[in-house]
Structure formats: structure tokens, C-alpha cells
Write a protein that binds this ligand. Structure first.
Ligand code: TRP
Length: 331
């Protein structure tokens, strides 16, 4: 039997090529080796997003984004967290096995407390119980599907360790393997995708190249990449140019070699390099964008895909809860 992988997706709109190469593509690769499951963590988002229109749109956009990027809902399980009520039952049960002190040590909560105390505010100001108990819900997301491996960035490793703690306490208490203890699949720092200004591409830096913008906006965005003041004539070093770093993600080996030698020869201005970058980016993104637009134009079909995913997921979830209830004496 294949091992099970689980990828949690935060519903954020505005997916960009940093997300695509850093998160989406590697996560989709998992489907080759694992029995892969993907879900949209919409109740996690509720902790911060209180505008219903915004949340609703973000959920659809991120779902459409993953589907357009190649997620095949017939081969994997793809669902919304909020469609699986068993997750929340398991979260409640796990609460009984989670020390409050463990939650006090969670990075996100600690950072919020720290920020408050620096501002001189009450330390709990603006912190809801959703944020405080976030690691319990995340543990339930993972444990409910008997996940073997959870690919996460370094910032999420602590959450996985907490999930291990919870599963182990349950198993130790009932002296049997009620819950599977998950492992973190820590992603090595994959090559950082540079943004328009050369810093890591990130929505918070305002330096992103969006995945699904129309051709005209995409071109304009690429033309905004910052460059140095070298003249057209000067030879340029491809390895010091974020235009070239981005180019490598989209161009084949011959194209890369050709552009690198044009850099080194001199006589090519930054504008031309950007045009060439735009050409290859647009070549890759056009079909993905078209797929995305088609999905977003038919929300009922999108919702049907997610509902079908939830149908596949629920029996697995319910079996886990049943096992736990039985062990706990509440069956
Ligand atoms: N906390 C994760 C993040 O911030 C998202 C997430 C929620 C998740 N539940 C999960 C990831 C379960 C993996 C497994 O990115």
C-alpha cells in the first residue's frame, strides 16, 4: 500500500509564481509516489478573514489555482476542510489530550503575544481562541486521514511535532495504536524565487508576478523588474540578474544558454532581456491561465469537484473518529 501524504492549503487569492514553483509544483509531484490528499484549510482562514465575500472568493480562487496548475481530482483526494465535520469532532477529542502549556509555546501565538507586549497592549489583545488552538485543529486535519507524511516548510515543523505529541498521548493512554503518528516531510529550502525587486517573491513585499493575470498586466509587471544602471553595450553577468534567475524557471536549456551568451557579449539592454523573459513566462502561463479562467467561470462545477472530494474523504475521517470513540468509551 502506498503511504499517505497530506498537503494543507491556506486559502489566499493572488497566487504568484513563487507559490507555483515553491509550493504547488512540488506538492503535486507527491501524487506520483504517495496516496496524495490536498485540502483547503478554510476554517483556519476564518481566524483572520471575517469578510464573507473575501473568504468565499479566496476559497474558490485557490481551488481553481491548484486545479489549473495540474491537480487531478480523479487521482487524488481534494476537499475543503469545512466539508468534513469529523475533523472538528477529532479536534475536540484531541483537546482533552493537549496541555495548555503546549499551546502557550506555539510560535504563532507567542509572536502575537510578543507583539502586543511590545506595543504595551494587553498581551491577549486581538488573539482569538482559533489562533490559540490552531495547532489542535491542524493536528486533527492531519491525524484524521492517517497521514504518514506532511510536507511543510520549516515554519510549520513545530505544528507537526505537536500533532505527534497528541497522537502519542492518545495511543499511550489507551495502550493501543488508535491514531497514526505523522511525520514532517521538511522541504529543503527550495531555490528562492526572486521577486521584481530581487528579494524573495512575497505578497507582503509587493514584488510578485501573479500567476493568473492577463497577458497585458503580466507584461507590464515583468517590465517593472528592477535592474541596475548598466548601459546597453556593457557585458552583463546572468548569474547576478533576477531576470535571468526567473528565465531559468521557464526556458529550456538551449534558450538559457543563448540568453546567457547574449548577456555576456554585451549589446543587449535590460528591456530586451525582459521581453525575452515575458515571452517564455507567457508561453508557460497562458494555458494555465486559460484553464483557471474557465474554472472560475463555472463555480458550480468547481464546487461539485470539491464536494466529490469531500465524499471520498469522509468515510476515512469517520473511521478514525469511530476508532477513537471506541477506545475512549464513547461509542
Ligand atoms: N498551517 C499551515 C500553513 O500555515 C496550513 C495547514 C493547516 C496545514 N492545516 C494543515 C498544512 C495540515 C499541513 C497539514 O501553511
Amino acid at each position: 500500500m502506498k503511504k499517505i501524504s497530506l498537503t494543507g492549503i491556506k486559502p489566499t487569492g493572488d497566487l504568484h509564481i513563487g507559490n507555483y514553483f515553491g509550493a504547488i509544483k512540488p506538492a503535486l509531484e507527491l501524487a506520483k509516489e504517495y496516496d496524495a490528499r490536498y485540502f483547503i484549510a478554510d476554517y483556519h482562514a476564518l481566524n483572520t478573514v471575517k469578510d464573507p465575500k473575501e473568504l468565499n472568493l479566496c476559497i474558490r480562487q485557490v481551488a481553481a489555482g491548484w486545479l489549473a496548475s495540474g491537480l487531478d481530482p480523479d487521482k487524488v483526494i481534494f476537499y475543503r476542510q469545512s466539508s468534513i465535520p469529523e475533523v472538528f469532532e477529532l479536534a475536540t477529542m484531541l483537546m482533552a489530550f493537549t496541555a495548555k502549556g503546549l499551546m502557550n509555546r506555539a510560535h504563532a501565538y507567542k509572536a502575537a503575544v510578543q507583539e502586543n507586549s511590545e506595543k504595551g497592549d494587553d498581551t491577549d489583545a486581538g488573539i482569538n481562541m482559533g489562533l490559540f488552538t490552531y495547532p489542535v485543529l491542524m493536528a486533527a486535519d492531519i491525524i484524521i486521514f492517517d497521514s504518514d507524511i506532511v510536507p511543510v516548510g520549516k515554519d510549520q515543523v513545530q505544528h507537526i511535532e505537536m500533532a505527534q505529541d497528541m497522537a502519542q498521548s492518545v495511543n499511550a493512554n489507551y495502550k493501543q495504536q488508535v491514531l497514526k503518528v505523522p511525520q514532517a516531510g521538511v522541504q529543503e529550502d527550495s531555490a528562492v524565487i526572486p521577486g521584481l525587486d530581487g528579494r524573495k517573491m512575497s505578497k507582503s513585499y509587493g514584488n510578485i508576478i501573479p500567476l493568473f493575470e492577463n497577458e497585458k498586466t503580466l507584461r507590464k509587471t515583468i517590465m517593472r523588474i528592477t535592474t541596475n544602471s548598466q548601459t546597453v553595450e556593457e557585458p552583463k553577468n546572468p548569474d547576478e540578474s533576477q531576470i535571468f534567475m526567473l528565465y531559468k524557471l521557464f526556458a529550456d536549456a538551449d534558450e538559457q544558454a543563448a540568453l546567457a551568451s547574449r548577456y555576456r557579449a554585451g549589446g543587449m539592454g535590460w528591456g530586451e532581456a525582459k521581453e525575452e523573459l515575458f515571452r517564455v513566462v507567457n508561453r508557460t502561463l497562458s494555458p494555465i491561465r486559460e484553464k483557471y479562467d474557465a474554472i472560475m467561470a463555472d463555480i458550480p462545477s468547481l464546487d461539485k469537484i470539491l464536494a466529490q472530494g469531500a465524499e471520498k474523504a469522509r468515510p476515512i475521517a469517520s473511521a478514525t473518529v469511530k476508532r477513537f470513540r471506541k477506545a475512549a468509551g464513547v461509542d
